[in-house]
Design a protein around this ligand. Structure first.
Ligand code: CTP
Ligand code: MG
Length: 218
């Protein structure tokens, strides 16, 4: 039988680097970032969204709860309420979800229980040392990690339990799953799945929104 899919959307951040927020409610192309994400996952069995305290749930077919102080806590709260065989954790700050990437993730998660999309590092990568150039790293040895990240729900739940017991705080779920000793498969991501982080990212997002049609997958 086809596994059921829960989409968990951490959307409780403040948007400090963007300089306005809550970021999930900032609009591009006439829709909020969150609305773009909800449209992309309309095929899922359930969608759960963590919002900042005091924000009125906008509807749109999702279930809403209050997020935590850290992204990881927001995801932990979403996970407690999820019921799917597979969970896809996706940042509200990434409005453009490429269906082919989701297809690759769902295929990979079925094989091993954990899969994340990665993109190439476009620039030269260095480790500045006291304000000077420091060590240059071979960018081909590194990758940028995107979302959605796909896991068997039970694997991610165990990873969160371990993180809580150890007091680990990570910027994504894959780190927690890997800390369990679980292999995380990489699939090709897509640069259009960038995270809206800084004000200039909105300019690019506006341009993409002009032609973007949230597609089906799953
Ligand atoms: N997030 C969350 N709960 C938090 C912090 C972040 O649900 N306590 C979510 C954000 O809403 C976002 C995703 O995690 O969809 C990625 O976080 P990020 O891009 O860092 O967003 P913000 O934390 O809002 O931005 P900033 O760090 O610039 O304040
Ligand atoms: Mg943040």
């Amino acid at each position: 039988m086809k596994p059921t899919v829960s989409v968990l959307v951490p959307a409780a951040g403040s948007g400090r680097r963007l300089g306005r927020g809550p970021k999930a409610l900032v609009k591009v192309g006439g829709r909020t970032l969150l609305e773009w994400v909800l449209a992309a996952f309309s095929w899922a069995d359930e969608v759960l969204v963590a919002l900042p305290a005091g924000v009125t749930p906008p509807g749109g077919g999702a279930r809403y709860l209050e997020g935590g102080a850290e992204r990881q806590e927001s995801v932990a709260r979403l996970l407690e309420r999820a019921g799917g065989d597979v969970v896809l954790v996706h940042d509200a700050a990434r409005p453009f979800v490429v269906p082919e990437v989701v297809e690759r993730l769902l295929a990979a998660v079925g094989r091993g229980g954990a899969a994340v999309p990665v993109a190439e590092v476009p620039d030269t990568l260095i480790e500045p040392a006291e304000g000077r150039y420091g060590r240059a790293h071979d960018r081909h040895r590194y990758a940028l990690v995107q979302t959605p990240q796909a896991f068997f729900r039970e694997v991610l739940a165990e990873a969160h339990q371990l993180a809580r017991a150890r007091g680990t705080l990570a910027t994504d779920e894959a780190q927690l799953v890997q800390a369990l000793g679980y292999p995380v498969e990489l699939v090709a991501g897509d640069r259009r799945m960038f995270k809206v982080t800084y004000p200039e990212d909105l300019v690019l997002a506006e341009a993409l929104a002009r032609t973007w049609r949230p597609g089906a997958a799953g």
